[in-house]
Design a protein around this ligand. Structure first.
Ligand code: ATP
Length: 436
């Protein structure tokens, strides 16, 4: 029988990770001759939900298993409980692991649930309803939301290769040879991306904290990611690695936008006023009373918003968050400048002394502030030099789902790629890891 499995919420703030648990599980299945039908999938869901640990990731994979859905769900759940008790300590930190198993052929029926999970907040009850309709086996708590939703994934894909550390190293500082990351990135960009921050001269691939991930590399071709595993040098021997298909870098969170808190919004704004606040974040007030914030960390996007002016027209993409000061605030990740104010009316200069002038009221003329001369005249039009151009500005550090600008042609790129079978890639990974 063929089944699709979803897994979520197996991590904790101090240890473990859902992808790590899934890699252990997949290794177990493969060792026991239970066949994977495709690559496993690393699926990012709504990036704005407050109770995620890091990047709101869930895992989906499909297998051929000689038994019932219930038997499969029980086997996985027993391993889940072991992991959250003994590895991630998730239960102590109020994590709520979940597992979902459905018939493989029914995965497509969950597409709407998946889209909703990327775009909105889903109550657990709705997931229970879907699961009854579709005959899913669910185990666990809140994690069943991400688990069942991830199974419904369909759409453009990228790949991520994740490497894992041996347990005795989880508390040690990660050290990586930066020149090896740079060499890999330079050779394969843009088929690999988000590896190096060339402005801060730092690799972006390293995980932080005590979780088991050492680094993750992202790209369009699994064969190239394998080359990364060969080239990138770390100071410790890695324990495991896995390659996932993913919805990362595909802009799926913008397919179905909304206007409620914790949704992603796409809208337009006529700029009323901008204010740079302490720390360098920029507050943009729109004429329709929406308030946008552009954090300093967004780099070029933040610099661009500092130069916006009253009357400029932009489209923006951002996350709606609650705010004590503004009620709601929109954290922007991308803007498209549609129109820039590049001229304005100004009082004429004084014809006698060229001093600046003030208006005496409608049709009453002007008075020179310097020599007091009063005269009749018209306002003049002056050009405003702008340090901005029309078009897109995007945050320097991409959120997981945000499509980098250079991947605009993403959908087309897959039409000509020949993608290796999962097992060839899986065996290559393990040959590289365990050959020396
Ligand atoms: P890690 O990356 O280590 O797995 P994480 O940041 O992905 O951590 P999770 O541990 O997966 O965080 O926690 C996210 C929780 O939110 C899960 O329980 C998941 O089921 C739930 N969840 C995901 N998307 C939604 C949604 N749209 N609405 C409601 N709950 C959601």
């Amino acid at each position: 029988m063929r089944y699709s499995v979803g897994i979520d919420d197996h991590d904790s703030p101090i240890a473990g990770c859902t992808t790590h648990f899934s890699t252990i599980l997949i290794n177990y299945f493969i060792k026991n001759n239970i066949k994977l039908l495709d690559y496993p999938y690393l699926i990012r869901l709504n990036p704005n939900i407050p109770w995620k640990t890091r990047g709101n990731a869930a895992i989906k994979f499909s297998i051929e298993f000689n038994g019932t859905k219930k038997e499969l769900a029980d086997i996985i759940w027993e391993k889940s409980i072991d992991y959250v008790k003994n590895v991630s300590k998730g239960l102590e930190y109020n994590r709520k692991p979940g597992v979902a198993v459905i018939d493989y052929e029914k995965s497509d029926n969950l597409y709407n649930l998946y889209l909703k999970a990327v775009s909105d907040i889903i109550p657990r009850d709705l997931v229970i309803k879907y699961s009854e309709k579709i005959g899913a086996e669910l185990r666990g708590y809140r994690g069943v939301i991400g688990s069942l939703a991830a199974i419904g994934f369909r759409g453009p894909i990228t790949y991520e290769l994740l490497t894992y550390r041996k347990r005795e190293n989880w508390n040690r500082k990660r050290e990586i040879d930066i020149s090896s990351v740079k060499a890999f990135d330079e050779l394969f960009f843009p088929k690999v991306f988000a590896n190096m921050d060339y402005i801060k001269k730092k690799p972006l691939i390293i995980s932080h904290g005590n979780d088991p991930v050492f680094y993750g590399i992202r790209g369009l071709d699994p064969n190239i990611l394998i080359k990364g595993l060969e080239t990138i040098k770390t100071n410790e021997k890695l324990d495991m690695a896995m390659i996932f298909k993913s919805n990362q870098a595909t802009d799926v969170h913008i397919i179905k936008t909304g206007n409620r808190v914790y949704q992603t919004i796409k809208d337009s704004c006529i700029v009323d006023d901008i204010k740079v606040i302490r720390g360098g974040d920029v507050i943009i007030k729109c004429l329709n009373s929406a308030t946008l914030i552009c954090y300093k960390e967004t780099g070029e996007l933040n610099l661009a918003t500092k130069n916006l002016m009253h009357g400029d027209i932009i489209e923006f993409v951002g996350s709606i968050k609650p705010s004590l000061e503004f009620g709601e605030i929109i954290e922007i990740e991308r803007i498209h400048i549609n129109s820039l104010v590049n001229s304005k009316f100004a009082n004429p200069r004084c014809p006698k002394c060229n001093g600046s002038t003030e208006s005496l009221g409608k049709n009453k003329g002007f008075r020179c502030k310097k020599c007091g001369n009063k005269f009749l005249g018209n306002k003049m039009i002056i050009r405003i030099p702008r340090n901005l151009s029309l078009g897109i500005y995007q945050a320097r550090y991409y959120r997981h789902l945000t499509k980098p600008l250079f991947l605009e042609d993403l959908d087309n790129s897959f039409k000509y790629e020949y993608i290796m079978d999962f097992y060839i890639i899986y065996n290559s990974i393990n040959n590289i890891l365990y050959s020396n």
